[in-house]
Write a protein that binds this ligand. Structure first.
Ligand SMILES: [Zn+2]
Length: 148
């Protein structure tokens, strides 16, 4: 989703889950069921988020709805990005129950696509993400073949 976020002056208390390549990964709760899988997924993306970026992982759908409303990002069910504030918010549930044909990795790459183009254009962000996603899958398949 594109950068539709009104300036959010305050977000609820956030907890530092990890610093992946200096990127900050925050969670909305101290005890977060998706923290480990979220950090692992972000860490293994085929392209890295900028070092000065913050990714907020919501730990419950209540937290997700809260941030979504606050950011006025009701068009998305999965994630949104504020390019100016360098924040991406992702719904933690997608790590456990990914939407059909839309794994969390691809959702994260789509948001990164907005960052790469510095634009709110959905097609450009998605094309960028799909390309990287497919390349990563292909190289994974190639390395599995080599091992066999
Ligand atoms: Zn988008």
């Amino acid at each position: 989703m594109k950068n539709l976020i009104r300036l959010w002056c305050s977000i609820p208390l956030l907890f530092i889950a990890s610093h992946v390549h200096a990127l900050s990964v925050l969670t909305t709760n101290n005890i977060c069921p998706v923290q480990a899988v979220a950090v692992e997924t972000i860490d293994s993306l085929p392209a890295a988020y900028p070092k000065d970026w913050t990714i907020v992982v919501t730990c419950s759908d209540g937290d997700w709805l809260f941030l979504q409303r606050r950011a006025d990002a009701m068009q998305t069910d999965h994630a949104f990005t504020n390019l100016k504030r360098k924040i991406t918010v992702i719904r933690g549930d997608v790590f456990l129950n990914p939407p059909q044909f839309r794994p969390a990795r691809l959702i994260l790459l789509h948001e990164l696509g907005h960052i790469a183009c510095q634009c709110g254009n959905e097609d450009r962000a998605e094309d960028w993400a799909q390309k990287l996603y497919r390349q990563a899958l292909q190289s994974l398949h190639a390395s599995v073949k080599l091992r066999n």
